[in-house]
Design a protein around this ligand. Structure first.
Ligand code: NDP
Length: 254
């Protein structure tokens, strides 16, 4: 029960790493607002968690790029739980296109979800957190927040941006008791990385060149999110937490 009495809002929690985080949060004693634009899957997860522990979850519809929607989501969380201790800015999208096919609309869509979404989340959550004397904000970057990759101009720009936003927020919000950290997952098995018809062996083969030689399960990323949300991380702020199976350690000799 490492998160006993804590309340959290997790974006993009209808599936993938967000859903794994919501499950782990509830298992550790927290109450969680599952915030996503996927209503059916989000409500189903909230029902599942409530059947495990009554009153442990709500679903709130949220498009993270919409400032008004953020007010509503945080308002619903406050009404249900009375406080907000943890915000996980996990919702994200990826588009893989070369620069000549990355038009302004595509670039802005990725930035508006991955970077502006986290900015709006921080702005919406910081007031309620400050009022309670502190909190923990966990923002999602990627290995593409530390290195570029072909076809990922918009995604990498958004994920580098998350790190700058987080470090600045850590400086400004630290005196208010609010910690702000970044999780940097490596390749993780979710819809984002799904390849139709692939077997487990094919996934592990595709990622076999990295030190741990396999793709991560979403709960392995969620474990680090739990740590950052908990009081065990009470002296951690402004930092990057790499959970990548060694993807970023360097290239093997040719
Ligand atoms: P998924 O696509 O499995 O889940 C993301 C969830 O976020 C979906 O339910 C998605 O809905 C939702 N979402 C997307 N846009 C919005 C929005 N505007 N408002 C509200 N919800 C939204 O992704 P992952 O779980 O794999 O990724 C989670 C985070 O981890 C992302 O930030 C991603 O960039 C990062 N990450 C993932 C890696 C991986 O290998 N999986 C590696 C490195 C980082 P919808 O399906 O409708 O888009």
């Amino acid at each position: 029960m490492r998160l006993e009495d804590k309340t959290a809002l997790v974006t993009g929690a209808a599936r993938g790493i967000g859903a794994a985080s919501a499950r782990r949060f509830v298992a550790e004693g927290a109450r969680v607002a599952i915030a996503d634009r996927r209503i059916e899957e989000g409500e189903a997860l909230a029902n599942e968690l409530n059947s495990e522990r009554a009153g442990s979850a709500i679903f709130t519809e949220l498009d993270v790029s919409n400032e008004e929607a953020w007010k509503n989501a945080v308002g619903q969380t406050m009404s249900a739980f009375g406080k907000l201790d943890v915000l996980v800015n996990n919702a994200g999208i990826i588009r893989v296109t070369p620069l000549e096919k990355t038009d302004l609309a595509l670039f802005q869509k990725v930035l508006n979800t991955n970077l502006v979404g986290a900015f709006l989340g921080i702005r919406a959550a910081m007031g309620p957190m400050e009022a309670r004397g502190g909190g923990s904000i966990i923002n999602f970057s990627s290995v593409q927040g530390l290195e570029g990759r072909e076809g990922m101009s918009a995604y990498a720009a958004s994920k580098f941006g998350i790190r700058g936003l987080s470090k600045t927020a850590a400086i400004e919000l630290g005196p208010k008791g609010i910690r702000v950290n970044v999780v940097i997952p490596g390749p993780t098995r979710t819809k984002m990385t799904e390849r139709k018809g692939w077997t487990d062996e094919q996934y592990n083969e595709a990622y076999g060149g990295y030190p741990l030689g396999r793709i991560a399960e979403a709960r392995e990323i969620a474990n680090v999110v739990v740590f950052l949300a908990s009081d065990e991380a009470s002296f951690c702020t402004g930092a990057d937490y790499i959970v990548d199976g060694g993807v970023l350690v360097g290239k093997p000799r040719a």
